[in-house]
Design a protein around this ligand. Structure first.
Ligand code: ZN
Length: 343
């Protein structure tokens, strides 16, 4: 039999290794010396997604911050300055940020624009939605994690175009985040499967959960349509209250971005349960319960299930059985399997 000899000795390999180490150090120094990519995101949920995919290579400025209502935002001169210095702008699209076009023009922004919802199949507002005129586009696509996977891919592509040196980093981070979204989706499905169909109806302030409703088969009713600019009419309110009573809708929820008084009035008039706060169009502050998109979705899920899962049947009282006397072998710490093997 012929022996195989190594043609390269360790000493011959050493210069190559040194060269590789030196090249690696040089590349690392270049990355660290580079200033982070300045990105502007229109609202807090997108700001989080950009930070997740961009990591330390980017700095993100969010225009409509935690708890803010992006439907009715009024940009400031500071926003225009931030945008003029940005190299990438990430917006939702689907008509969510009606104020953005004028801001972009005023700022003289000349960087790359990413419309995160570009690849989403738009949902039309139900024609009987209060305030909906002739099938408005519903902008709240982020309420379905499958759509957010499309957002993340658009953001990754935009970051890569603006900063090609970070391509591998953005890809790795984007893939990690897509895996987290898939886990989130599976967890939502598993948790909501515990809710009987008759209890899968809730009320919120405005119609922000249409994509969530389509993905997870829960009905959301709201006195205000897909845009918070519209106001609930007395007729809309009366119809909603009749429906809540007729269908015994179990719970009503306030939203972090909306005035809670309308929902509180509905709750008083119907006797429905106050289910707590759902985060619809904005995150909470970092130390709140919804500081990131993933935390927001898990908080909403916990809030929904806590209000909708029926209380368990009371366990009938039983007299506790006396603890059985331990068998002699078990008392000696020898399991029956071991005993059988020994025989
Ligand atoms: Zn909204």
């Amino acid at each position: 039999m012929q022996r195989h000899h190594h043609t390269r000795t360790p000493s011959a390999l050493l210069p190559r290794l040194l060269l590789a180490v030196l090249l690696g150090l040089t590349a690392g120094t270049t990355v660290r010396a580079q200033a982070p990519l300045p990105v502007v995101a229109s609202f807090s949920i997108l700001g989080d997604l950009v930070a997740q995919v961009g990591g330390e290579r980017v700095t993100v400025r969010t225009l409509v911050g935690p708890g803010g209502d992006a439907h009715v935002y009024e940009p400031t001169p500071a926003d225009a300055r931030a945008l003029s210095e940005a190299r990438l702008l990430v917006t939702n699209g689907l008509g969510f940020e009606g104020w953005m076009e004028r801001l972009v023009a005023a700022s003289g922004f000349s960087g790359i624009q990413v419309v995160a919802a570009e690849d989403v199949v738009p949902r039309r507002a139900d024609s009987d939605d209060p305030g909906a005129h002739g099938g408005d586009i519903d902008p709240h696509a982020w309420q379905d994690p499958a759509n957010v996977a499309l957002y993340v891919e658009r953001i990754r592509a935009g970051l890569t175009e603006a900063d090609p040196a970070g391509a591998a980093d953005y890809r790795a981070r984007g893939e990690d985040y897509a895996a987290a979204l898939a886990r989130l989706d599976a967890d939502i499905r598993a948790a909501l499967a515990e809710i009987p169909p008759a209890r899968r109806q809730v009320v919120t302030s405005h119609d922000a959960f249409g994509y969530y409703a389509d993905a997870y088969a829960i009905d959301f009713l709201a006195p205000v349509g897909v845009n918070t600019e519209a106001e609930a009419s007395a007729a809309d309110m009366a119809a909603l209250i009749r429906q809540i009573r007729a269908e015994s809708i179990p719970a009503v929820f306030v939203e972090n971005i909306s005035d809670p008084r309308l929902v509180e009035q509905i709750r008083r008039e119907t006797g429905a349960r106050a289910g707590g706060t759902l985060y619809s169009d904005a995150l909470s502050s970092q130390d709140g319960p919804a500081g990131t998109y993933l935390d927001m979705m898990r908080h909403n899920l916990d809030t929904l299930t806590a209000a909708l899962v029926p209380a368990p049947e009371p366990v009938p009282e039983q007299t506790p059985e006396p603890a059985p006397e331990p068998a002699p072998e078990q008392a000696q710490g020898v399991s029956s399997t071991t005993v059988n093997q020994d025989r």
